[in-house]
Ligand binder design. Structure first.
Ligand code: FES
Length: 331
């Protein structure tokens, strides 16, 4: 997630997933990367290296105002002296406003260990499509590819090229860079660039919903598994999506629960005393993913690919529901 969208619902840090931890870090530097964009450098309190991460990974950040947000790690995975995040100030955005106005070097924040829902798959060639701050997960990917002498192209969309975050750093990485500025009339022609599948090439996209939906539409004919999206806000759903009641059997806990239309599976399980890991509660982080033993999920998350949805092996319990009357989950 290039930048967690400004979600209105304050969240609290829940139990981490097995193997995940939360820990405190110190904000060691705040750096202006572009108009309205700050990078944050976070270091451990004891000076030791931070937990390792892969390109595409993100962390949860608990801000001092109690809100929890997910941000992509845009630093160098080979330099664990600090994590780097890029955060754009969003108009009316509570969290980004807090970060920009209130956070100062020396402040201590609680973060999670890195989680990767957006890994770099093996391919001969890569096309990255980034809208503004959505470029952040791609920076470590492009760095790694350049180090391997791999081939990549970044289609980088901004209002103005001079506002493009991390531009100098990206230029120095040496891939093919195509800049698109809407105010300059050089907006990316998504259909022209991406409609035809390219051999041995994968596409990665992160940015505003309009860009993501356009890329999703024009790449519909690409082979399965070659187009990857990182949503940093929940994708829009049809407003008439039906949310009926259903039953969830928690196989490990041995409890059967009734999920009413107005509540999520996650909420109902939590009320029943089942400790379910969670973070975004909007279907974008993957923390609450749960294995399906029986029944068919009505997937409403912004993470699983169409083939993963069809496989019906796991679901995000914070937003997804049941297609039938009953689900049996491995929890
Ligand atoms: Fe983030 Fe469910 S809590 S996807």
């Amino acid at each position: 997630m290039g930048e967690a969208a400004e979600m209105t619902k304050p969240q609290t840090v829940a139990a981490p997933r097995p193997g995940e931890q939360t820990f405190d870090v110190r904000l060691r530097a705040l750096i202006w990367e572009a108009p309205g964009v700050l990078s944050l450098e976070l270091a451990s309190l004891d000076g030791k290296p931070l937990p390792a991460f892969e390109p595409g990974a993100h962390i949860d950040v608990k801000l001092p105002d109690g809100t929890l947000r997910q941000y992509s790690l845009c630093g160098d995975p080979n330099d664990l002296s600090h994590y780097r995040l890029g955060i754009r100030a969003v108009t009316g955005g509570q969290s980004s406003g807090f970060v920009h106005r209130r956070l100062r070097p020396g402040d201590v924040l609680t973060v999670s260990t890195p989680r990767n829902n957006f890994p770099l798959v093996a391919s001969k060639d890569y096309i990255f499509v980034a809208g503004g701050i959505g470029v952040t997960p791609f920076i470590p990917m492009m760095r790694e590819l350049s180090a391997r002498k791999g081939s990549w192209t970044l289609l980088y969309c901004n209002k103005r090229n001079e506002d493009a975050p991390f531009l100098k750093e990206i230029e120095a990485l040496g891939g093919t860079l195509s800049l698109h500025a809407s105010e300059a009339g050089t907006r990316l022609d998504v259909a022209q660039r991406l409609t035809t599948p390219q051999a041995d090439t994968v596409v990665y996209c992160c940015g505003p919903e309009k860009l993501m939906l356009a890329v999703e539409e024009v790449t519909a004919g690409w082979p399965e598994g070659t187009v990857h999206f990182e949503w940093f806000a929940p994708r829009s759903r049809p407003s008439d999506q039906v949310s009926g009641a259903f039953e969830v059997v928690c196989a490990v806990s041995g409890i059967t629960l009734s999920v009413p239309p107005e509540k999520s599976i996650l909420e109902v399980m939590t009320e029943a005393g089942i400790d379910v890991p969670r973070s975004c509660e909007q279907g974008i982080c993957g923390t609450c993913e749960c294995r399906i033993i029986e029944g068919e999920a009505d997937h409403r998350d912004s993470i699983l690919s169409s083939s993963e949805r069809a496989a019906n092996q796991t679901m995000m319990t914070c937003v997804s529901r049941a297609k039938g009357a009953r689900l049996v989950l491995d929890i």
